[in-house]
Design a protein around this ligand. Structure first.
Ligand code: SF4
Length: 481
């Protein structure tokens, strides 16, 4: 034993008993959690910080928030595991001062204080802004699908219901055939087939009919709402596509905006939409409010390319960079696409590859947007007509606010490397948070609860980042300043 490091004798009495504070070092993240909750005005955030006038005293919301923040920072998100840790983990004995709330009290706090927890997350972003960690003017926006606490089998779309019902119809046929055969044999020969086989067929038929009735009741439920999906154990979870190579997940879409310098999540939203195209202005405005910079630029991928959303961002003072997806029919047919036609703003006309002017003709409406249409009267006899159109003349359509989209494309052409910045900025926080979450991402069901959980994850991610960037003691000093 002499050659190995030896521990303390477990039965050795101490002359001077150690105090609880001795077990937590000065640079421990748990001290930053304590300082952060200390600086919050819990009542203003919406926590019930008033002790009950009568009855048994409850736990202070600051204490419960400390426990949860510790849990999300150390990947212990389950209320039962947090209860256990409060009795054996020295940091989690120090943080609540040896108090050990039961798991139900811990779980109820997260369930009942979702909006206040989300505001707490925003307070940390405000702190980052105050200590100049959000000085950058560039953010990347992206969405990622997170699995809900629900099995895929409990999510139904119309297509899935139709498929299930047709499978049941096919499965019923052999059993009905067996019963028919038994009747025929009895009628023709008077022989009764073995009862066990008939009973088995009847049992199977009953089970299949019950299943069919269950699927029809789900279909009826779907008919009564505008929703195109029904999720049984978590009504807010939706089946969503991830990438073409990845399977669908049943969960929610978490939108985040990450600033490019320190990779802090400035804003996030949890939505039930399986797509990103309606979320650009929502996120851009949330970022603008959180960072309040003079000039803000937001980069997103082509999934966000929607004219109305881009216009809303520009009107809100956020310059966006969004690549345009290739959707041109003419391009797919090997003909000139719209990019081959140059717009002359002064003349309000397009110049085609043959040098002809396509002049303004009329304004129509498409999906609520005013669309101006242009064409030339010289398409007949044009030598390039085969490469341009199969119709009488080539028509070019222009949205009333198309100049905004053109500015966005010019910004992108000026610096194409920005797209690489987008992926290196916004994708790694997702990877970190998902690895913290484990196989099933959320512990709770329903959108409002999931949003509270996500706020705790984002807060834990941001705190971890800031502690890495400026160090825990500096962060604690900033919180106490
Ligand atoms: S077909 Fe008309 S629009 Fe196309 S290149 Fe010829 S003149 Fe121009």
């Amino acid at each position: 034993m002499g050659q190995f490091i030896e521990g303390v004798d477990r039965h050795q009495a101490m002359l001077l008993p150690e105090c609880l504070d001795d077990y937590v070092c000065t640079g421990s993240p748990v001290r930053a959690i304590d300082a952060f909750v200390e600086m919050l005005d819990l009542a203003a955030l919406g926590f019930n910080a008033t002790p009950p006038a009568t009855g048994r005293s409850g736990y202070h919301p600051g204490l419960m928030l400390r426990i949860y923040l510790y849990g999300y920072l150390d990947q212990v998100q389950s209320s039962r595991r947090l209860e256990r840790e409060c009795g054996r983990n020295l940091e989690l004995i120090w943080l609540p001062g040896r108090l050990k709330p039961d798991f139900k009290t811990i779980a109820d706090f997260r369930k009942d204080n979702g909006p206040a927890i989300r505001k707490g997350c925003q307070q940390f972003v405000a702190l980052c802004r105050d200590i100049n960690l959000l000085d950058g003017k560039l953010v990347a926006i992206d969405g990622s699908r997170f699995k809900a606490a629900i099995s895929k089998a409990k999510n139904y779309t119309r297509g899935k219901l139709r498929q299930k019902l047709s499978e049941i119809e096919k499965a019923i046929e052999p059993y009905l055939g067996e019963l028919d055969r038994a009747d025929d044999v009895f009628e023709q020969t008077g022989t009764v087939l073995p009862g066990a086989r008939i009973e088995r067929a009847l049992r199977k038929l009953e089970h299949l009919r019950k299943e069919a009735a269950r699927y029809r009741s789900i279909e009826k439920r779907m008919d009564e709402t505008v929703e195109k999906q029904v999720s049984l154990s978590d009504p807010d979870a939706r089946s969503m596509a991830t990438t073409p190579r990845m399977p669908r997940v049943v969960g929610c879409n978490v939108q985040t905006a990450v600033e490019a310098e320190n990779h802090l999540i400035v804003a996030h939203k949890v939505t039930m939409q399986g797509y990103d195209r309606d979320a650009l202005s929502l996120m851009a405005v949330a970022v603008r409010d959180a960072m309040a910079p003079d000039q803000l630029e937001a980069i997103a991928d082509k999934g966000y390319c929607k004219s109305e959303e881009i216009l809303a961002c520009e009107e809100a003072g956020v310059a966006v960079v969004v690549p345009k997806p290739q959707t041109s029919n003419a391009g797919a047919l090997g003909q000139f696409d719209k990019a081959h036609f140059a717009y002359d703003a002064e003349a309000d006309a397009y110049i085609c590859p043959a040098g002809q002017q396509l002049i303004y003709r009329f304004t129509g409406q498409q999906d609520g947007k005013a669309i101006r249409t242009y064409w030339s009267s010289n398409c007949d006899g044009c030598v390039l007509k085969d490469k341009c159109t199969n119709s009488k003349e080539r028509r070019i359509r222009r949205w009333q606010h198309e100049d905004v989209l053109e500015h966005v494309q010019q910004r992108l052409h000026k610096d194409p490397t920005q797209l690489a910045v987008r992926s290196t900025t916004v994708e790694h926080p997702y990877g970190t948070i998902k690895s913290w979450m484990g196989a099933t991402h959320f512990k709770m069901r329903r959108l409002k609860n999931v949003a509270a959980e996500m706020a705790l994850h984002v807060l834990a991610h941001n705190m971890t980042r800031v502690m890495k960037i400026i160090g825990t003691p500096t962060l604690i000093a900033a919180m106490r300043a």
